[in-house]
Design a protein around this ligand. Structure first.
Ligand code: BGC
Length: 418
């Protein structure tokens, strides 16, 4: 990243560094449509998650969508490429897909929009998951080979690649909560009920603790996969900037020392363990921020349509937490579901204010990408939740810019907030 940071506090203007990247983010499966050979498509066929089908048909309408991004003043855009489409069979590359993503990149370049590519955003090829996915011992090598291939093929059109999106969300939803593929679940309550059911000790621990051990294995493999991908990418393209996109939950506490210990432990397990394992293999770090939660909190929070606390300003804490790794940062995602667009403009202003404060306090933040450019498939919740700056009519696929997108546009134009 080549923009400079502002070091002096200037509260009158709240200016951002020159060359700051402004834009929005999407992910392949959530917007493209027509992807049917990945684990999420398979889970939809098994009726375990909603069907994605043609999604926003971004696959065929990316030019139109980038025109809208351009009209909204965006100078950066984060999107992901689909592993299942690029490597539909183990070790076999689909060059038509590469050609497609080259066109997408050229369309961004033609509009002077800097691309940030995510190499893997949640969905996995079926051949990979059916053979164990990230539980596989050799998963890091397989992932690194794919990552290096992507950069080799697209690296002349894009200089920033994130290896993976939100590894902790993948691990916890897939192996602890069991709400996402591969739907493995670990809950303390299961352990207790098994303990009370009087089976043999071996049977109890096998059934009860196995998912927990698998979760730890997957988390370790994900960190190793990132590190190996970093090295493999650097071999094929030493100048490419490589980041990881980290979901940070801000865990805080009230006055109670017990709650403070809980918060410290939660921050450590959710954010520090993964980042301690990977930060040496990051040229920069992307922050996905959505959650602030305080142990011992008695306040009644205003909620977003996802029933998440409306706490955009606490993006500050998330950025300050990541800034201790002393790398350039960028906000790779932050946003809210807001069906009638009544809260989005305020959310955007406050999250950008929080980002600005973090810069004043030393965080080297280089860009801000709102989630999401357009409404899309919100994973296990289907299409009902609306995160977009652009509204999608799923019957006609008509796009409509929401009023809040123009508030964001004004901030971008001024490269500053009031
Ligand atoms: C993910 C997105 C998702 C968004 C809103 C992030 O965790 O990267 O894919 O749609 O949050 O839930």
């Amino acid at each position: 990243m080549d923009n400079n940071k502002i070091t002096k506090r200037d509260t009158s203007k709240k200016k951002f560094p020159d060359g700051f990247y402004w834009g929005a983010a999407t992910a392949s499966y959530q917007v493209e449509g027509g992807i049917d050979n990945c684990d999420w498509a398979e889970a939809a066929r098994a009726e375990r998650v909603p069907v994605c089908d043609r999604a926003c048909d971004h696959r065929h309408r990316y030019e139109e969508d980038f025109d809208l991004a351009s009209e909204l003043g965006h100078n950066a855009h984060r999107f992901s490429v689909e592993w299942a489409s690029i490597e539909p069979e183990e070790g076999k590359w689909n060059m038509d897909e590469i050609e497609h993503y080259r066109k997408v990149l050229n369309a961004l370049r033609a509009r002077n929009i800097k691309p940030f590519i995510t190499i893997w955003h949640f969905t996995l090829p079926l051949w990979f998951t059916e053979s164990g996915g990230f539980e596989r011992k050799d998963a890091p090598e397989i992932f690194a080979r794919y990552a290096a291939f992507v950069v080799e093929q697209l690296g002349d059109l894009c200089d920033h690649f994130s290896t993976m999106n939100e590894p902790n969300v993948v691990g916890s939803n897939g192996w602890l909560r069991g709400s996402w593929p591969p739907f493995k679940r670990f809950a303390l309550t299961d352990l207790i009920s098994i303990t009370n059911s009087g089976r043999s000790y071996e049977a109890r621990s096998r059934r009860g603790l196995k998912p927990l051990f698998l979760y730890f294995r997957v988390m370790k493999n994900l960190a190793t996969a990132h590190n190996q991908a970093y090295k493999a990418i650097k071999k094929v393209s030493p100048d490419t900037e490589v980041s990881v996109v980290k979901h940070v939950i801000v865990f805080a506490a009230n006055w109670n020392p017990f709650n403070k210990i809980k918060a410290a432990f939660a921050n450590y397990s959710w954010t520090s363990i993964f980042m301690n394992r990977t930060h040496k293999h990051c040229d920069s770090i992307g922050l996905n921020y959505y959650f602030y939660t305080q142990f011992g909190d008695k306040r009644k929070w205003r909620k977003t349509d996802m029933d998440w606390n409306f706490a955009p300003d606490h993006i500050y804490d998330a950025l300050m937490r990541l800034s201790k790794y002393k790398k350039p940062l960028f906000v790779s995602e932050s946003g809210l579901a807001d069906d009638d667009d009544s809260d989005r403009a305020e959310y955007i202003k406050k999250q950008i204010e929080g980002t600005w404060r973090a810069i004043q306090d030393g965080a080297d933040v280089r860009g801000h990408l709102y989630w999401s450019l357009m409404d899309n498939y919100e994973w296990a919740l289907g299409f009902e939740k609306r995160f977009g700056l652009i509204e999608i009519d799923y019957d006609t696929l008509e796009r409509k810019i929401r009023p809040s997108a123009y508030v964001y546009k004004e901030i971008i134009k001024n490269n500053a907030i009031d």
